[in-house]
Design a protein around this ligand. Sequence first.
Ligand SMILES: [Zn+2]
Length: 136
Amino acid sequence: MEYDPESIETIIRRTILDVLQPYLSPRRKALSADTKTQHRDLVLLAYKGFCPCCHRNQVINEDGSLLPSASFDHFSGNRSDSRPHQTWLICTNCNGRLYREPGFREDCDLHFRSYQNLRRQAIMQPELEYDSCYRL
Ligand SMILES: [Zn+2]
């Protein structure tokens, strides 16, 4: 039986990557459809469709559809934890800055906490009037 050295090398590379991957970086876990809907509804109602981080960029259309500028962020940086209280819906610009710009994540901490407070209120009081919500 003849061995194809190239395919053996490919198999070895793949096996090593499979073994090491969990230690290199946590696997990114996609947000569930329910979580995405929860974030979309909150941003649409409480932030009038604008990014809850910068309040400048629109991320959701009036009809509720996500714009290309929308991005789901894992605020804690742990991409394997995609539960609603660890994530939010922001603009791609803010999402990029959170990962690139030193100190920006700390600057946004209050915005994230405010967002999560509104999310919890919305869960407890679905009839809540968002017009009374404050914007930073
Ligand atoms: Zn933004």
